[in-house]
Design a protein around this ligand. Structure first.
Ligand code: GLN
Length: 304
């Protein structure tokens, strides 16, 4: 049994004053208002131990981290047919790149860029009557009850969704969206507006550290082969055009969001979530990456 508490406290103390190194997301007022000082790290192990430091119980906007939940449910419902409509290659481009989508003829490079997530959501609309409600139920099955939509963030997402609308319209024109653009966008905006805490995020990702099975309940969320694939996609594409840098510095499958959250998985052992709102130019949390780099450097717990 490993005691990570003192390690988290050490990393926290070391990075506590590392603010001013990036910019809090400001494309919507609800995100711009978050204090840059917020900082939390949480670990939960597959055998149920929890370690936390900082603002680990405070909910924040998980933004694109929800793309992992969307993909998991999409793979469960649609299986391999998904891969006819979305690729599995790193994008090497910003998460909302229009130029790349055009070059790829409306087939997004992977499910974690915005265009890819829009396709996954389109696939969810094939079988789910109430996708937003189902998604919350899905996260609650991951043993995280403290999960809600922030209606204010969802409304702001909708009001500023010009680029996402352009991506969706382009894919509709290329016959890669089955449902109405507005319907897909509406669900997408809500998925960006999921609020969870660091502790909740760490817990909810445990199924990916445990071959697709929620450790506490034994519920199979996806087959182990699919969990392997989701982890592989997080490793190669979870950080957009910074995926290589994250793999190089941290060496874990993970996913970021512009709310400043990052969650990463040590297969077979634990998941770890970090929240620090200041972002670098790629839209990834500056201090979040620093904290995870320290974690894997000090523990040797990377997949490499
Ligand atoms: N709401 C953001 C968008 O759609 C999500 C992007 C992100 O977290 N990387 O652009």
């Amino acid at each position: 049994m490993k005691d990570y508490q003192s390690l988290l406290e050490e990393i926290y103390a070391q990075l506590k004053s590392s603010v001013g190194l990036g910019q809090v997301a400001d494309y919507i007022p609800a995100l711009a208002a978050v204090s840059p000082d917020k900082f939390a790290i949480a670990i939960e192990t597959v055998d149920g131990q929890q370690f936390q430091v900082g603002d680990a119980q405070e909910r924040f906007s998980i933004q694109s981290i929800s793309k992992v939940f969307n993909l998991t449910l999409g793979m469960k419902l649609s299986g391999d047919t998904l891969w006819q409509r979305v690729g599995v290659e790193p994008s090497g481009n910003p998460f909302n790149s229009l130029i790349q989508l055009e070059l790829n003829k409306g087939i997004p490079r992977n499910p974690f860029i915005n265009a890819g997530a829009l396709v996954i959501i389109d696939s969810l609309l094939d079988s789910l009557e109430q996708p937003n409600k189902e998604m919350l139920n899905f996260v609650r099955k991951l043993r995280c009850q403290d999960v809600f939509y922030d209606d204010l963030v969802a409304a702001s997402e909708r009001e500023t969704a010009f680029t996402n609308l352009a991506l969706a319209n382009y894919m509709k024109g290329q016959n890669n969206l089955r449902h109405a653009v507005q319907d897909v966008l509406e669900v997408y905006c809500y998925q960006c507006a999921i609020n969870m805490s660091c502790a909740g995020l760490a817990r909810s990702f445990l199924y990916l550290a445990n071959g697709g099975v929620v450790p506490a309940s034994g519920e199979v969320m996806v087959a182990s082969n699919q969990a392997k694939r989701i982890n592989a996609l997080m490793m190669t594409s979870g950080f957009y055009d910074e995926a290589g840098e994250f793999a190089y510095r941290v060496g874990l499958p993970g996913k970021s969001g512009v709310g400043g959250g990052i969650v990463a998985v040590v297969p077979g052992e634990l998941s770890i979530a970090v929240w620090s709102p200041e972002l670098n130019d790629h839209g990834n949390s500056v201090r979040g990456i620093m904290a995870l780099e320290e974690f894997t450097s000090l523990t040797g717990r990377s997949v490499f």
